[in-house]
Design a protein around this ligand. Structure first.
Ligand code: NI
Length: 146
């Protein structure tokens, strides 16, 4: 078990785009294990690798009692709209309303490289979009509406 430090707002790494994962190796497994431990300790809904200083397209989302590991995630379809309060472990204490799709279908690889399709609605749809944004260097504050 290893807790990694969560990068905070102001660190320029948060604005950088992450690179695709090509090697499904022990290093990736270790990263995912550490991200799980880190997310659990921080009691958050999701965490992207860039938030622990690793510019790879990896994120995890805690939804409905399970933690999904998303490697190279891509949005396949989005429908509808929701406006809800959002926050981020890299911006503690900050919250704001964002507009997100009500439903998203994504595809992502697991730690072994196998592709899966995941459907997210409500909180889970928001978490998918928020975490995938991190992989493109986008923070929720850029999507806050008045
Ligand atoms: Ni975040």
């Amino acid at each position: 078990m290893a807790i990694r430090n969560i990068v905070q707002l102001g660190d320029p790494i948060l604005t950088k785009a992450s690179r695709p994962v090509k090697n499904f190796d022990d290093r990736l497994a270790q990263l995912l294990d550490d991200m799980r431990d880190t997310l659990k300790k921080a009691d958050g809904a999701g965490l992207a690798a860039v938030q622990v200083g690793v510019l790879r397209r990896v994120c995890i989302v805690d939804a409905g009692g399970e933690t999904l590991e998303l490697v190279n995630p891509e949005i396949l379809k989005q429908e509808g709209e929701q406006v809800e309060e959002e926050g981020c472990l890299s911006l503690p204490g900050k919250q704001g309303k964002t507009r997100r799709p009500a439903l998203v279908d994504i595809r992502a690889q697991d730690r072994a490289g196998k592709w899966h399709i995941h459907r997210g609605e409500g909180v889970k749809a928001r978490a998918f979009c928020h975490e995938i944004d991190h992989l493109d260097g986008i923070l929720f504050t850029q999507r806050v509406i008045n």
